[in-house]
Design a protein around this ligand. Structure first.
Ligand code: ADP
Length: 276
């Protein structure tokens, strides 16, 4: 009798364990299916992003051919169409570079090359290079640094890329008449660069999610040329490779504030510390 009881108890325990395992497996397989669905829809979106500039290039080439046949091609026309082709090639290149970089991140091959860099100048130059693009969209830009200059140890190409990415997004998601502000401050041994816009904002649920690869908030009309859904994941990775952080403060329909914090150190200071 006792033996049967023990056996019964053991079977019961085993059944509970198996049921738990079954549930865990079910949860994992649902998670995998969800991720797969997400990836598939991302690739469908991405294909559209790639197709749009290719279509523009193809129809421009057709137009050039027609003008050439009719002998109606002028220098002015040729310059205009070459510009269109070049712009669309750049969009394609940006998307493809983003994809290559994101695979480098995954395999841990993404490297940065730090040097002493004047960060205020770097941010101002990056923003000024985009000022025409910003004005053309009917937006105003204010750059407001707390200091005149500040040297920090960072990869200038990568940090410039982060600023361009954040500014590009601010322009993309801010309707005409809006404002973009850039602040540079020193806070707790970090240099904080803030890109603030008065655009469409990001809901609380989407705020964590948008720093993940392939993330594009649905229904924002976000997917214009050169949108890969990788930009913010790259920004986060680059900043973290510097030992820094990224923060987002945003409210739907009010605007967004992306803050990147970089350690306020220069190679000079690092060297003298090592010599002590
Ligand atoms: P994408 O290449 O699609 O812009 P990102 O990683 O740069 O990819 O951004 C991911 C998503 O985060 C965007 O598709 C958009 O939905 C949202 N987003 C990013 N920046 C802003 C912003 N300044 N205002 C509103 N939404 C934004």
């Amino acid at each position: 009798m006792n033996y049967v009881k023990i056996l019964h108890k053991l079977v019961k325990q085993k059944t509970i364990k198996l049921n738990k395992q079954l549930e865990e497996n079910k949860r994992l397989s649902e998670e995998i299916i969800e991720k797969e669905k997400f990836k598939n829809s991302y690739f469908v979106n991405l294909s559209h992003e790639l197709r749009t500039p290719i279509n523009v290039i193809m129809s421009t080439v057709q137009l050039i051919n027609t003008f050439n046949k009719d002998k109606t091609m002028t220098n002015q026309k040729s310059e205009r169409y070459m510009n269109i082709i070049s712009k669309n090639c750049n969009s394609l290149l940006n998307i493809i570079n983003d994809i290559i970089d994101s695979s480098k991140i995954e395999t841990g091959q993404y490297k940065i090359n730090k040097n002493d860099t004047e960060i205020v100048y770097l941010v101002e130059e990056a923003a000024l290079n985009m000022s025409k693009f910003i004005e053309d969209k009917g937006l105003s830009l204010v750059i407001d640094p707390d200091m005149e200059e500040q040297i920090i140890y960072c990869d200038e190409i990568e940090i410039e890329r982060c600023i361009v990415n954040l500014l590009g997004n601010a322009v993309k998601f801010t309707p005409e008449g809006g404002k973009i502000n850039i602040y540079i401050k020193e806070i707790n041994n970090s240099i904080e660069i803030t890109v603030e816009d008065t655009g469409i904002g990001i809901s609380k649920e989407d705020q964590e999610f948008i720093f993940k690869k392939f993330s594009q908030v649905e229904g924002t009309g976000a997917t214009k040329a050169s949108s890969s859904g990788i930009g913010l994941a790259l920004v986060k990775h680059v900043v973290e490779l510097h030992g820094g952080y990224v923060r987002l403060e945003s409210e739907l329909n009010k605007g967004s504030r992306f803050i990147i914090g970089l350690p306020n150190v220069s190679e000079h200071i690092l060297d003298s510390n090592e010599n002590v």
